[in-house]
Structure formats: C-alpha cells, structure tokens
Design a protein around this ligand. Structure first.
Ligand code: AMP
Length: 210
C-alpha cells in the first residue's frame, strides 16, 4: 500500500499516519520527523535545514527530495506524511515511483478550518522523554509520572511560524489536491472528527477494513 496523507499542519497527519501504518503494516514516512532527527543529530545537513524548520519555511526541494528518497526506496508499503508539499516535489515523487516501477494507491486529504488548526497547534506539546504528543487543553500530559516529560513546544508551533506554515500550505500544498484528483487518486476526509473516526474514514477510503 502506498498512500499520501495531504493536509495542513495540525490536521492530525502524523497521528493518523501512525495509526494507519500500524493497522495495515506499512511504514510511516514523515519528512518532518526526518528533518527534526537530522537537526537533533547536529549534522551539517541538520544545521542547513534548521533555520527553515524553525521559521516554518519549506526546506528547498532538492534537499528534501534527497532526504526522503532513501526511505521510499527502502519500503514497499508506506504512508507518506508531509511530502510532497508542492508540485515540484509531487513530480519528483512521480519520477521516483516510475524508476521503482510502483504506483500510488491513494491520496487522502485531511481537511479542517484554519481556526481549529491554530488552536490545536498552539496548544501542542511534545514529551522529550517519550516523543508522545499532548495538548495543554484537550489532551494534557499525565500528572501521574507515566510520562516524565519535560513537555516542550516545537519551535515551529510558535504563533508566527504557525501562520507562515498555513499560508504556505494554502499557496503551495493545497493545489496538489487538484493534481491528484485529476488522476482519480484523491479522497477527502473530515479531520475535525474524533481521532478513531478519522482513522476509520481513511481506512474505508483506501479500501481497508476498519
Ligand atoms: P512538518 O512536521 O511536516 O510540519 O515539517 C516540519 C518542517 O520540516 C517544515 O516546516 C519544513 O521546514 C520541513 N519539511 C518537512 N517536509 C517538507 C517538505 N516536503 N518540503 C519542504 N520542507 C519540509
């Protein structure tokens, strides 16, 4: 199974990609996670991409394509989260798939209004101990020591960066819905629903039993 999860920041792509990947035994490939891991490693490449990440800007296409490609080559079955983000990347993905003789099965677009996304993102906190994601209001970190934290905000979840990321999404990423709809690959799912319901809708849309 080869699926792209499209959607704005805060729509729950990461959460859903992981749930679907666990359910169908595919690999969850998140270019945002790849970028953050590279930054954390302190490598030269990490230093190169850090500024883009922190400001909420896209990393240049050639760099992100190079970073993502080994992961695509490495697995037959995957859910792509955060890639492609514009038409140039979509074309690079087409070329990579052609080379491998593989096809896309579906492109799932998660949709939610901007106000809901800003609320979700600005309250988001990640545990440095476990990597688990919480929300200060809707899903607060446990106080019983189950997850010791500390619970930190991503640099690009600061308000200025959130606004920039949503702007880029609408300008550059959202047009990909048409790009894939023309090929009959697009399905749209309402991301404002409860997490299990979103998962169920995605599984149904890609022809898997929920
Ligand atoms: P995300 O967690 O998907 O929001 O990604 C975090 C950051 O990583 C983005 O704001 C970009 O700086 C970078 N990034 C992730 N995926 C891509 C991509 N496909 N193209 C360009 N930059 C990306």
């Amino acid at each position: 199974m080869r699926i792209i999860l499209l959607g704005p920041q805060g729509a729950g792509k990461g959460t859903q990609a992981q749930r679907i990947a666990d359910k169908v035994g595919a690999k969850h490939i998140s270019t945002g996670d790849i970028v953050r891991a590279e930054i954390k490693s302190g490598s030269e490449l990490g230093q190169k991409v850090q500024d883009y990440n922190d400001r909420g800007e896209l990393v240049p296409d050639e760099i992100i394509v190079q970073m993502a490609k080994p992961y695509l080559d490495d697995a037959d079955s995957w859910i792509l989260d955060g890639f492609p983000r514009n038409e140039a990347q979509a074309k690079a993905l087409d070329a990579a798939l052609d080379e491998l003789g593989e096809d896309l099965d579906a492109v799932v677009a998660l949709e939610a209004p901007d106000e809901a996304l800003v609320t979700r993102l600005s309250g988001r906190r990640q545990s440095q101990a476990t990597g688990n994601i919480y929300h200060v209001e809707y899903d607060p970190p446990p106080e019983d020591g189950d997850d010791p934290g500390p619970f930190v905000q991503r640099k690009d979840d600061a308000e200025e960066a959130i606004r920039r990321r949503l702007e880029i999404y609408h300008e550059q990423t959202e047009p990909l819905k048409d790009y894939y709809a023309e090929r009959g690959l697009l399905v749209v799912v309402d991301a404002e629903q409860e997490i299990p319901k979103v998962t169920e809708d995605i599984l149904e849309a890609v022809g898997e039993d929920a």
